[in-house]
Design a protein around this ligand. Structure first.
Ligand SMILES: Cc1cc2nc3c(=O)[nH]c(=O)nc-3n(C[C@H](O)[C@H](O)[C@H](O)COP(=O)(O)O)c2cc1C
Length: 228
């Protein structure tokens, strides 16, 4: 499975099997985290066998009611130095881990609000912040496709456009977003770069990083595609 296929097959899964992660899967996730920490400067960490963060808490954010989590005891803590780009970086690199995890047969769910911060479970250095976590584990469940906005609701460019741009936006529409808000907006510029922005919403900057990750994979472009 490649990352584009993972984009199509990934849905949030909140119920996991009770067994531990295999040593191979732990090692694979730790390798990804080490690589992406080096590339991004983030301080992401894999937490295993820790049940307190998801001790049966059920939360409501706005009018959107989340489902209960079951058997979450492994998660990736997305931590980094406070700054204006922290949320977007966590979104981008966290989603790369999510998609790689999907190719390894693991299931995931991004979690911004409905978990307890267990301080002893991870390291937060001075000047750093925990942005969100990603639950990870085994499950027979696949999740289900989210209700999605239409292409023209998230793209200012309509009508004739290059295929790569359309594929990028389609891949972004498959991205997980907090409360499924899909507040990101893409626009193709005359010099064939793309501007990606977001409307205001909870975790919308994290969502923007996730959506840009999907756009790059869907379009086949790298990060030089972004204007500014
Ligand atoms: C930044 C972010 C924060 C999220 N926070 C939570 C959360 O606190 N609790 C939860 O159950 N789901 C959370 N989700 C999962 C979203 O509800 C889910 O991604 C969205 O409904 C789309 O569904 P899908 O992931 O199956 O495509 C979060 C997702 C993102 C990207």
């Amino acid at each position: 499975m490649d990352l584009l296929q993972a984009i199509h097959e990934r849905h949030s899964v909140r119920t996991y099997e009770d067994g531990p992660l295999s040593n191979d899967h732990k090692a694979a996730l730790n390798r990804l985290i080490t690589t992406f920490n080096a590339e991004s400067g983030l301080h992401m960490q894999l937490v295993t066998d820790e049940r307190k963060a998801f001790g049966g808490l059920k939360a409501n954010i706005g009018r959107f009611s989340y489902g209960r989590f079951k058997n979450v005891k492994n998660y990736i803590a997305l931590i980094g130095r406070k700054g204006s780009d922290l949320e977007e970086l966590c979104g981008y690199f966290g989603e790369l881990i999510v998609l790689e995890a999907q190719t390894l047969g693991l299931k995931t769910c991004w979690v911004g609000g409905t978990f307890r911060k267990v301080r002893k479970a991870f390291e937060i250095d001075d000047g750093e912040k925990l942005v969100a976590v990603i639950a990870v584990g085994y499950s027979d469940l696949e999740g289900k496709p989210h209700k999605s906005k239409g292409f023209n609701e998230v793209s200012k460019t309509i009508g004739v456009m290059p295929d790569w741009y359309a594929r990028g936006v389609e891949a972004a529409l498959l991205a997980p977003t907090a409360i499924n808000q899909q507040k990101f907006v893409f626009e193709l510029n005359e010099n064939e770069t793309v501007t990606a922005t977001t409307k205001v919403g909870p975790f919308s900057k994290v969502d923007l990083g996730i959506a840009k990750c999907h756009f790059e994979i869907g379009s086949g472009k790298d990060d030089t595609i972004w204007a500014g």
